[in-house]
Design a protein around this ligand. Structure first.
Ligand code: 4AD
Ligand code: MG
Length: 463
């Protein structure tokens, strides 16, 4: 069916002359005396193809059905366009309506709709300018992730989605069970008897593929995951989703400095890639969503990331004289307001905060000589705050064992993780980049719900 037809993107790039066939959805229809103009889009490009229809070309029935939102096939002559801003236009000879969209009820009328409203029609919002641009950038960014690591000979690996271990030790996991919730089997002590459950033990959706990535890094040296992860946090913010995608590289023989440099190269590579391959989409974001976006991204490319130990960052925040909702003191976890103040006001560029207090970080991070801090790193960027979390890992079995116990966690589920340290351990490091946060950063979109097709957040799993 599609054979012999061109996408809108191909048609816009084609030389005038000849007859072509194009399929797509009508964005707008405008009527002048003798002519009718249709803006046609099929998602292949930000720009529409203008279809010009002379009076008498369409049957009265087709003419009436050719409304905003309808899906059509047009065949006609591709000619040089007299209109500014478009090289070619299509002079319609034949038109077929695949699907009508009754004007009285079609939810996407010509006027601009709020992003909140569009979330309620997630089945139709991909047909808007904004979401067309978002999903094309999302596609390009995913490709950039793979090419960055493949160019560096990293192995793409897959961690399980269903797991028995809490990779972050934070307890924010969704349970996975096949038990009858109305009739739960109990142990003699009255607890739920998971030995009768599908996996014979409690199981969860993974919060991170890191622990499995460590297994693979200690065999293949450099690996990465790129997969959905799940968090049952009650954080109803513009930056948190219950299901989000994460990229987790893990590298043997990398210390924290190597890790930090890789993170910086990775972020810059993605920005460069999107600027090169999604120029029209970024232009739109710059004009309509986040004024100054392209200049800000160019600035990020041009400046080396600053490197700030946590203790220094806290001192700078205390000295700033700024009144924060959460007052700053050593030992606290930095809140988004602190992160943004550091990167937007104090440093005015992305920064890497390192060596956090061990009490606020995960059990697997390598303990420093001071016994108080760990070799953690968070990459903070303007408008978002934390975009990457990572660390050098604790490769010493005795120290790791003590850390798991100090955190009040059971050793048993981590027996294999400990054994990795017992047999051929190696210094190693890694990090996790939140894919949606990266998308927010490059597009200027302000809510994570608007950079993922079908967001899952507290109270919402529609579509
Ligand atoms: O800092 P986090 O929790 O680190 C880890 O999960 C490590 N296991 C990563 C590693 O070292 N391999 O999460 C990493 C990143 C955050 O910096 C943030 O960008 C994103 O994942 N993230 C979220 N994105 C959207 N919604 C949420 N609820 C997120 N939680 C974390
Ligand atoms: Mg983190």
């Amino acid at each position: 069916m599609r054979k012999g037809s061109l996408s809108v993107r191909e048609a816009l790039a084609a030389s005038p002359g000849g007859t072509i066939t194009v399929n797509g959805w009508v964005r707008t229809r405008r009527q002048s005396k003798a002519l009718s103009f249709v803006e046609l889009n099929d998602g292949s490009s930000f720009k529409n193809l203008q279809v010009v229809i002379e009076g008498g070309t369409l049957s009265p029935e087709t003419d009436a059905q050719l409304t905003t939102g309808s899906c059509i096939q047009v065949t006609g002559g591709l000619v040089a366009s007299p209109a500014a801003g478009q090289p070619v236009e299509l002079r319609a000879k034949e038109m077929h309506i695949w699907g009508t969209a009754p004007a009285a009820t079609y939810p996407l009328q010509k006027k601009g709709h709020s992003l909140e409203y569009l979330r309620e029609i997630a089945h139709l919002r991909p047909r808007t300018n904004t979401f067309g641009a978002v999903f094309r950038v999302r596609n390009a960014l995913a490709f950039a992730v793979h090419s960055f690591f493949q160019e560096r000979n990293f192995l793409y690996i897959q961690a399980p989605v269903i797991t028995a271990s809490d990779a972050e030790g934070a307890g924010a996991m969704f349970g996975v069970t096949a038990l009858d919730l109305m009739n739960l089997p109990r142990t003699p002590e009255g607890k739920i008897d998971y030995s009768q459950d599908f996996f014979g033990s409690p199981a969860y959706l993974t919060v991170s593929g890191q622990l499995e990535a460590e297994i693979m890094a200690l065999a293949f040296s450099q690996v990465y995951t790129f997969a959905p992860t799940f968090r049952a946090e009650e954080s109803n913010t513009a930056r948190h989703a219950s299901e989000f995608w994460m990229i987790e590289p893990e590298m043997a023989f990398y210390d924290l400095d190597d890790n930090r440099e890789l993170a910086e190269d990775f972020i810059k590579y993605q920005i460069r890639y999107v600027m090169k391959h999604c120029a029209d989409d970024l232009e739109f974001f710059d004009q309509r969503i986040e004024p100054g976006l392209i200049k800000a991204l160019t600035h990020v490319l041009e400046s080396p990331f600053e490197y700030v130990p946590y203790t220094e960052a806290v001192r700078r925040l205390e000295q700033s004289g700024e009144r924060f909702q959460y007052p700053v003191h050593w030992g606290m976890d930095l809140q988004t307001e602190h992160e943004r103040y550091l990167t937007e006001q104090l440093f005015k560029q992305p920064i890497v905060v390192t060596d956090y207090p061990k009490k606020i970080k995960a059990f697997y991070m390598r303990e420093n000589e001071d016994g108080q801090t760990v070799r953690a790193m968070d990459v903070l960027v303007p408008r978002i705050g934390e975009i990457i979390g990572g660390s050098q890992r604790e490769e010493r079995e005795d120290v790791l064992r003590r850390r798991i116990q100090e955190m009040g966690m059971g050793l048993e589920p981590y027996w294999w993780y400990l054994e990795l340290r017992k047999y051929g351990t190696a210094p190693h490091s890694g990090f996790g980049l939140g894919f949606e946060r990266m998308l927010m950063f490059v597009t200027g979109m302000k809510n994570i719900r608007d950079v993922i097709g079908f967001p899952r957040t507290p109270g919402n799993a529609a579509f």
